[in-house]
Design a protein around this ligand. Structure first.
Ligand SMILES: Cc1cc2nc3c(=O)[nH]c(=O)nc-3n(C[C@H](O)[C@H](O)[C@H](O)COP(=O)(O)OP(=O)(O)OC[C@H]3O[C@@H](n4cnc5c(N)ncnc54)[C@H](O)[C@@H]3O)c2cc1C
Length: 474
C-alpha cells in the first residue's frame, strides 16, 4: 500500500461525474474514498442513510484487531503475525482465502497510524478504563467518533458526499461495470463512473432476504445494527454472475434482550450472564450447558443456540444471588417473588418451569474446594451444568427474555488480490471493487474474532481506493 505523503491533484474538471464512485458510508467506504482521493482521483461517496444516521454498523463498533510484533501504547502486549494467523485458522476452520489473508494481517499493522493520520483517536491501555486487550485497539469515543473524523477528513480533501442516496442496481456487461442506478428522493438516475467500490455491507436488515434463508425463524431475529443493510448491491452483483462467497444460511448471531428495538439496538442489548443461572425455552425446558462457555465469544454461542429454540426465544432464569452477580443490563429483569408467578409473567407453563428448576437444584453438587463457586456442578442432569451450578433458591427470582441478534451475514462476493469483484468464470470485473463486510467472507466465512470486521473494512477499503484510482488514471 502507498505510504507516500498525500499530494492532491484537483479532481478532473472536465468530468461530469466522479472518476470513482464509492457506495456506502461506513468504515470501508470512507477508507476507500480517502485513499482514492489521496491517490488523485475525483471521488463521490453515496450513503443511503440520511446524514444523522450515516455510517452503518461502524457506528456501533469500538475496537479493531491489528498485528504488532512489539509493544504499543494501544494494546497490552505483542500480537505477532503467526498468532494472528493461528487465531483466524481456529475461528474459521482454516477456510480463509490464501491471498487476501496475508495482505490483511500485514497491512493491519499500520491501521492505527493511518487512522490517527486521518484524525481518529484511540484509547491508550494506560488510561485504565478499557477491557484488557492484547490483540485489539479501542477507539476513543467509539465508532461514531471515528466516523466523524473520517467524514471530516474526506470532505477536507474534496471527496463529494451525498446522503439519502440509495444505490438500487448495477449493470455489469462483458466484465465491465457500465452503470449504477441511484435513487435520491423521487429521482432515479443512472451514473456512469469509471470505477466503483461497493462498500455497502450485507443484507442483515432485509427481513425478506433473511426469510428466504432461514424460513419463519427469521421473524424471531433482531438486527443489532443499521436498518440500511438491505443487500441491494450484493443482490445485484450476485444476479449478474459475481462469485458468491461464504454461506447464505449463516450469520453471526449473539444473544440480545428480546425487548430490544428491531434495528440498531447496538452493543448494549447483549445478555451476558448465562453462567449465573439457567436458560429455558418457552416450554420451560433446558437444552444446553450454561456453564460450558467462558470464552469472550459466549454471546455468539448463545445467539446461535437461540436461533434453534421454538419461536427463537429463550429465558435466562436467575435467583437473587444470580442477580447480584449479573452485570448491569439495559433492560430491567422481569422479576417475581416465586417461580410460579415468574412463569406466569413469562407465559411459560408453571409446572414445567418448577419441574426444570427442582431437577436442576436436586442435581447441584458443591465444588471440591471450598470458596470456589465456579467449581459447583451438576450430577446426573441432562444436559449438565458443568461450572458455576449454584442452586436457584433465593427469592426474588428474575428472568431476561433473549433472542438471536444478527450482527452480519456470512454472505458476500469473491474478490481478487486487488479487491476487484470476481465473476463465476474466475475473471474479475475490471472496474468494480468491493471492500468491508460485502467481501469479508473471503476471509471469515464462518466463526469470528473480535475487532476483525473493522480491520477488514479499513485494510481492504484503503486497498480498493488505491486500486480504483490507479485504474481510472492508468
Ligand atoms: C452492534 C455491533 C457492534 C459491532 N462492534 C464491532 C467492533 O467493536 N469491532 C469490529 O471490528 N466490528 C464490530 N462490528 C461489526 C462492524 O461494525 C461492521 O462489520 C463494519 O462496520 C463493517 O464496515 P462496512 O463499512 O463494511 O459496513 P457498515 O459500517 O455497515 O457500512 C455500510 C454502509 O453502506 C450503506 N449502504 C447500504 N446499502 C446501501 C446502498 N444500497 N446504497 C448506498 N449506501 C448503502 C449503509 O448506510 C452504511 O453506511 C459490530 C457490529 C454491530 C452491529
Amino acid at each position: 500500500m502507498n505510504h507516500a505523503p498525500h499530494r492532491l491533484s484537483p479532481p478532473n474538471p472536465s468530468a461530469t461525474e466522479p472518476e470513482v464512485l464509492v457506495i456506502g458510508g461506513g468504515t470501508a467506504a470512507l477508507c476507500a474514498a480517502i485513499s482514492a482521493r489521496r491517490a488523485g482521483a475525483s471521488v463521490c461517496l453515496l450513503e443511503q442513510a440520511p446524514k444523522g444516521l450515516r455510517g452503518g454498523n461502524t457506528r456501533h463498533s469500538r475496537n479493531l484487531r491489528f498485528m504488532h510484533p512489539g509493544t504499543t501504547p494501544l494494546a497490552s502486549g505483542p500480537y505477532p503475525v503467526a498468532e494472528f494467523r493461528a487465531d483466524l485458522d481456529r475461528a474459521t476452520g482454516g477456510t480463509m482465502d490464501s491471498t487476501l489473508t496475508p495482505l490483511l494481517i500485514q497491512h493491519s499493522a499500520d491501521v492505527p497510524d493511518w487512522l490517527e493520520d486521518a484524525g481518529v483517536r484511540f484509547q491508550p491501555t494506560a488510561s485504565g478504563v478499557l477491557p484488557a486487550s492484547r490483540k485489539t485497539a479501542f477507539l476513543l469515543g467509539g465508532g461514531k467518533s471515528m466516523l466523524n473524523a473520517l467524514y471530516a477528513t474526506a470532505e477536507g480533501i474534496g471527496v463529494e458526499i451525498q446522503y439519502a442516496a440509495e444505490v438500487r442496481d448495477l449493470m455489469i456487461r462483458e466484465g465491465r461495470l457500465e452503470q449504477v442506478l441511484v435513487a435520491q428522493g423521487e429521482q432515479v438516475r443512472a451514473w456512469r463512473p469509471r470505477a466503483a467500490i461497493a462498500c455497502c455491507g450485507g443484507a442483515q436488515a432485509n427481513r425478506d432476504w433473511l426469510r428466504a434463508q432461514w424460513g419463519e425463524a427469521a421473524a424471531g431475529f433482531i438486527n443489532r445494527g443499521t436498518p440500511f443493510a438491505e443487500g441491494q448491491v450484493l443482490g445485484s452483483m450476485l444476479r449478474q454472475g459475481a462469485q458468491p462467497v461464504g454461506d447464505p444460511h449463516s450469520a453471526y448471531l449473539v444473544a440480545v434482550d428480546a425487548r430490544s428495538p428491531a434495528d440498531d439496538g447496538g452493543i448494549v442489548t447483549r445478555v451476558r450472564c448465562m453462567p449465573a443461572g439457567i436458560v429455558v425455552d418457552r416450554n420451560g425446558r433446558r437444552s444446553h450447558d450454561e456453564g460450558g462457555d467462558t470464552a469472550s465469544t459466549r454471546y455468539a454461542v448463545w445467539g446461535q443456540r437461540l436461533a434453534g429454540y421454538p419461536g427463537q426465544i429463550g429465558y435466562l432464569i436467575l435467583d437473587a444471588r444470580g442477580m447480584r452477580e449479573a452485570p448491569p443490563s439495559l433492560y430491567p429483569p422481569i422479576s417475581a417473588d416465586g417461580i410460579t408467578t415468574l412463569a406466569a409473567a413469562l407465559a411459560i407453563d408453571p409446572v414445567a418451569l418448577r419441574t426444570t428448576i427442582a431437577r436442576y437444584n436436586a442435581a447441584v453438587r458443591p465444588a471440591d474446594q471450598a470458596d470456589d463457586p465456579a467449581g459447583w456442578h451438576t450430577l446426573g442432569l441432562d444436559p449438565p451444568k458443568s461450572r458455576q451450578a449454584l442452586p436457584l433458591t433465593e427469592p426474588p427470582f428474575a428472568a431476561y427474555p433473549m433472542r438471536p441478534g444478527i450482527t452480519f451475514t456470512y454472505h458476500g462476493v469473491r474478490v481478487d488480490a486487488q479487491t476487484r469483484v470476481r465473476l463465476g468464470d474466475g475473471l474479475a470485473v475490471e472496474n468494480l471493487f468491493a471492500a468491508g463486510m460485502i467481501m469479508a467472507p473471503n476471509i471469515i466465512g464462518r466463526g469470528y474474532v473480535s475487532g476483525l470486521a473493522m480491520t477488514i473494512g479499513i485494510v481492504f477499503g484503503r486497498l480498493a481506493g488505491e486500486e480504483a484510482a490507479r485504474r481510472v488514471q492508468g
